[in-house]
Design a protein around this ligand. Sequence first.
Ligand SMILES: [Zn+2]
Length: 304
Amino acid sequence: VSDVVLAIDIGGTKLDVGLVDASGEVLHRRRAPTGDDPWSSLRELVDTVTATVESDGGSRPSVCGVGTGGPMTPGGEEVSPLNIPAWRGFPLHRRLAELTGLPVFIDNDAKALALAEGWRGAARGVRDYLAMVVSTGVGGGIVVDGRLLDGHSSNAGHVGHVVVVPDGRPCVCGARGCLEAEASGPSVAAITGRPAAEATPAVVDRTGRLVGRAASTMCVALDLRLVTVAGSVALGWGAPFFAAAQAALDEGCRISYSQGARIVPAGLGGDGPLVGAAAVGRRGRGLEPFGPAADGGFAAPVDR
Ligand SMILES: [Zn+2]
């Protein structure tokens, strides 16, 4: 059995397919716009990558791992990504299993990214952390005791729907003042009347503080000391954003065990989503470094 994963990242604007080897290197990557018929585009990408491997005589994948936006039923039997209107209750797991002939494992893209950051990114070797994404949406994945948290419906980590502004802006989820309703790119644009990339220093500071406030809640509740942040909005703003987020994190993390918690840029950049999708496949299949833990946990080499 090969140790190579057919990795698929499904986003609202683009689809990304590649092979990822046992060291987390991305090979034979192909991308396409998500478009109006995402399944046709995805099938073509998978066929192209598979054909390239055959002609190269490379290792054929033994498992398929997928990261996609939610919501979804457990295991991705049916997915309904908010940013892909063409898919509502789409039977992604069955379709991919039929197409590839491989065991298929599907998870939330932010949880996938959390695995990737622990494997090869800014949380490498760390046992307890939160990996956030601040972009078109705000999401996250939580690793505690070296294990990715799934939760009752596999949706653990949705830090975007932690309330940071009491009675704040209405959120798509139905609540008010969620982090996503105050700090996502579209929310910032709606609040300020200009794209997030053109935000004033005051807006960057406010948004960074709200992200840091939500992060501090998670750190205190879950006994975490590290938060990584990916996503075009946060990374686009860079140092001023992270300084504001760290200040709010410091203000919230006063109880002794949480003091000194840090919030830092994610380490993987554009490779993160595909590496994360591969990690989902490895975790599902029980391949190192995410297995063969009997309970399906994330058993990466760790230190405190
Ligand atoms: Zn919400």
